[in-house]
Design a protein around this ligand. Structure first.
Ligand code: TPP
Ligand code: MG
Length: 813
């Protein structure tokens, strides 16, 4: 349907619509309540009760209209302006608004983010406390917001794509708590300026190609902080710029509709009709909502008078959605002036009450802890006056004076007092005991508040999946590595109906390395699928599917190109479980391949880039395809996101095929000792294992015995401290990989020396063998001189032996 026809129909429907007074007044109340909490929220920040605030003022009416179309089973992927949408959907209260603003960590009071994000970062809880899934069809669902502009778009693609899979894959028909035949719509929201991001364009193209029920509202208030549209968008209009994407009579595309942000009745119609199209026809719809205002400016960090002209400010006042709604109610004679005044007053009272309650609930537990602490320390000053004055008494006095203490005040006072009681003071023993108990308890509580749920901590944690060893017979056949993967995937697709894979070349030809050979034919185009070249939304597709309860394998063709998806991987996927305080989990498996080809973009192993930016996602670095398949088998039994980097040079190498393909499982975080030795421990992973094995053989010729350890997974890392045990025996260690110096080898070294305390057993300086700092050059020689090789490993180990026994191992050069 074109924009024009829709407009005509809209006008006709406007005329016949009879307004339900109760509904209209309720909407008006909510718009006012939302406005009031925004106004009060700003004051809470400016008076120092909250740290930062970003609000939804100006967008109330439009969001109330949109929320009318949001149903049980649907999903949202939005941003920080959506407070009214969330309230209208019944997913967010005024009290929760203040709780978020203050940083409430109790998920019962702040279920959206448990105090782990800024305010107005929303989400619903998909999981019960024990990690089991709720019935997602009985609730409206919101994925968890992130702050990077347009970062929500990749995930939005996947949330909508899930509906397509649920509608069209027979094996998925039985999952009634996840979908009703794919009738669910994914609601996206985004600011006008954020449409300048590449994320937006990639997502828009993806939903246009995929033809999925994705709607997105662009809230166009003309600015991104202070920068106006003319600097943001071609032709200053996102709907104009998107014209080429628009659906036409004979070509599928995106339905593009326009509305005015202050036009309550018009928007209700517009959204009703637009969302209906998306839901029924399974097509994407973009709403460009113009003339939206932002009465308080961008956030508490500044004021908009600095950059908006007097004319614009005047316009914003006149076209304020709430004011316009009031005018409309009066002109339609739906309610009287005094009725509306009443509603407004009620809303203000409600907002005040919510603020009061949220503050009390936020502060009381901290005050209680302060009081308990004061009970312990009060009148128990150390009078030895080592410091020349009563330091303990002073700290206690200062703590008592703080009107609204935060936990840090309590904690640091307790620690300082412990420090300042002199060793021979007669109050020390008891005070120390009481204070230590208080500190321990508070430490545990705060750990729980702030430092948990990075990974799945329920019984579904991938770490709980028990090992099942691959079984080999004496006459097990040797096959090319890719065939092990292929047969393993074949088994898994048969076993797990919710398993799907997608990526560049993954479908028809079964992957560039043919690890999915023949599987599209067998399992259908929607389970083994080709996608465009768009790494970020491939990952977003996976993320959205996983949030909706499916088991996606997002194929990133080569590890070097993971950088394109890194923003979504790091900001979104890796933080999902943490930022929802365990309310959502997205067990996406990212399958890619890397290491040891040649040239800057085909040889890279930038592992430190990954392990340092995606904590929250497990990282498996198998040395061959048997191990890789074993990790997939493990990961599908658990519910955690993970990255698996297959060794690129291993697809054609022959490996013994396990008899229990698809069923054996390799545990995460358990290194394997591949060669027992007594002189030096050599720690490595991935393709470097093969090189290390070569070096080990060369060293044998010199009577040097190397214990070779394959760490297998970098995250988690050696949970059983197998490497430290080895060092106890060898007293020497080399960490070897093809990342940059100070990269993943430094990570491994820190883990082993510091966490595992292996420094204690070292007789020689620990070494790392790595690639050069630059990216590796092309050709075999380029590789030889850029990347570490067996000779480098040999020499590093030989030099250590020379250091401890120069007689037996004289210098080589
Ligand atoms: C990737 C990224 N760059 C910059 C920012 C800082 N920032 C936060 S909001 C914003 C403006 C967004 O404007 P718009 O999309 O129009 O949304 P509005 O706030 O106007 O509703 C900017 C630049 C950010 N959060 N993320
Ligand atoms: Mg804007």
């Amino acid at each position: 349907m074109s924009t024009k026809t829709l407009k005509k129909e809209k006008v006709q429907k406007d005329i016949i619509k009879k307004w339900d007074k109760k509904e209209v007044l309720n909407d008006y109340r909510l718009a006012n309540l939302s406005r009031q909490i925004s106004i009060m929220g700003r004051k809470e920040v400016l008076t120092g009760k909250a740290k930062f605030g970003i609000f939804g003022d100006g967008k109330e009416v439009a969001q109330i209209a949109l929320a009318k179309q949001y149903r049980e089973g649907d999903w949202r992927s939005g941003y920080y302006r959506d407070q009214t949408f969330m309230m209208a959907a019944g997913l967010f209260t005024a009290e929760e608004f203040f709780a978020q603003l203050y940083g409430e960590t109790d998920v019962k009071l702040n279920p959206g983010n448990g105090g782990r994000s800024f305010n107005n970062h929303f989400s619903t809880r998909s999981l019960n406390d024990n990690g089991s899934w709720k019935d997602l069809m009985k609730q409206k669902n919101s994925s968890a917001d992130i702050s990077p502009t347009a970062g929500q778009m990749a995930r939005w693609v996947g949330l909508a794509y899930a509906s397509k899979l649920f509608r069209n894959i027979n094996e998925l028909k039985g999952f009634k708590t996840l979908s009703d035949n794919g009738n669910e719509v994914a609601f996206g929201t985004i600011g006008d300026a954020s449409t300048s991001e590449g994320q937006f364009w990639e997502a828009i193209n993806a939903v246009g190609v995929l033809q999925v029920p994705a709607v997105v509202a662009v809230w166009d208030d003309g600015y991104g902080i202070s920068v106006p549209k003319k600097y943001q968008t071609t032709k200053g209009s996102i709907s104009e710029a998107l014209k080429g994407f628009e659906r036409t009579k004979d070509k599928p595309g995106i339905v593009i509709l326009k509305g005015k942000g202050w036009d309550y009745p018009g928007l209700i119609k517009l959204f009703e009709e637009g969302v209906e199209i998306a839901r029924k026809e399974h097509v994407p719809v973009l709403f460009h909502i113009e003339e939206i205002t932002q009465p308080q400016g961008h956030s508490t960090s500044g004021s908009h008078e600095r950059y908006k002209s007097p004319e614009r400010l005047k316009f914003e006042e006149e076209f304020d959605g709430i004011r316009k709604m009031r005018e409309w109610i009066l002109s339609e004679k739906i309610a009287t002036e005094s009725e509306l005044d009443n509603v407004e007053n009620q809303a203000t009272e409600e907002a005040k009450e919510a603020k009061k309650l949220a503050w009390k609930k936020f502060k009381d537990p901290v005050r209680e802890e302060r009081d308990k602490l004061i009970e312990i320390i009060d009148n128990r000053s150390c009078m030895c006056k080592r410091e020349g004055y009563d330091k303990v008494g002073t700290i206690t006095g200062e703590l008592k004076k703080i009107i609204d203490p935060i936990r840090k005040d309590n904690f640091s006072s307790a620690k300082k007092i412990l420090r300042h009681v002199c060793t021979d003071c007669n109050i020390r023993g008891k005070l120390q005991k009481d204070l230590s108990q208080w500190l321990d308890r508070n430490y545990d509580d705060n750990q729980e508040r702030y430092n948990t749920k990075l990974y799945n901590e329920s019984e579904k944690s991938a770490l709980n999946v028990a090992e099942v060893k691959p079984v080999f017979k004496a006459d097990s056949t040797e096959v090319a590595g890719r065939e092990i993967l292929r047969d393993n995937w074949d088994y898994l697709f048969g076993k797990y109906p919710k398993l799907v894979t997608f990526g560049e070349d993954a479908g028809y030809i079964g992957g560039v390395n043919q690890s999915y050979e023949g599987l599209q034919k067998k399992y259908g185009e929607l389970r083994v699928t080709d996608t465009g070249i768009r790494e970020q939304t491939i990952l977003g597709q996976g993320l959205g599917l996983a949030l909706r309860g499916l088991r996606p394998v997002a194929e990133i063709q080569y590890f070097d190109y993971l950088l394109y998806a890194l923003q979504t991987l790091s900001d979104d996927l890796a933080t999902t479980h943490y930022r929802t305080a365990g309310g959502q989990v997205a067990p996406v498996i990212i399958s890619t391949r890397g290491h040891r080809l040649e040239g800057i973009w085909h040889s890279g192993s930038p592992l430190s880039m990954v392990i340092n930016s995606i904590r929250g996602v497990y990282v498996c670095v198998p040395r061959n395809m048997t191990q890789a398949a074993g990790f997939y088998n493990t990961l599908l039994e658990g519910e955690d996101p993970a990255l698996v980097i297959e060794p690129l040079n291993g697809y054609r190498l022959r490996e013994k095929k396990p008899e229990n393909i698809g069923e054996y499982k390799i545990p995460l975080g358990v290194p394997e000792i591949l060669n027992e030795g007594t002189d030096v421990t050599l720690v490595t992973y991935g393709s470097c294992v093969r090189i290390a094995q070569d070096a080990v053989e060369q060293l044998k010729e010199f009577d040097i015995s190397v214990e070779l350890i394959d760490v297998q997974t970098l995250l988690p890392f050696d949970r059983k401290h197998i490497i430290a045990e080895s060092i106890k025996k060898t007293n020497k260690v080399v960490f070897f990989d093809e990342d940059v110096p100070g990269g993943a080898t430094a990570f491994m070294m820190q883990k082993v020396l510091e966490d595992q305390k292996a420094y204690y057993y070292l007789d020689a300086e620990p070494r790392t063998v790595t690639a050069k700092e630059h990216r590796p050059a092309y050709t075999s020689d380029g590789d030889y001189f850029s990347n570490p090789n067996a000779e480098d490993v040999f020499e590093a180990i030989y030099a250590m032996m020379n250091e401890v026994n120069p007689k037996k191992y004289p210098e080589l050069y």
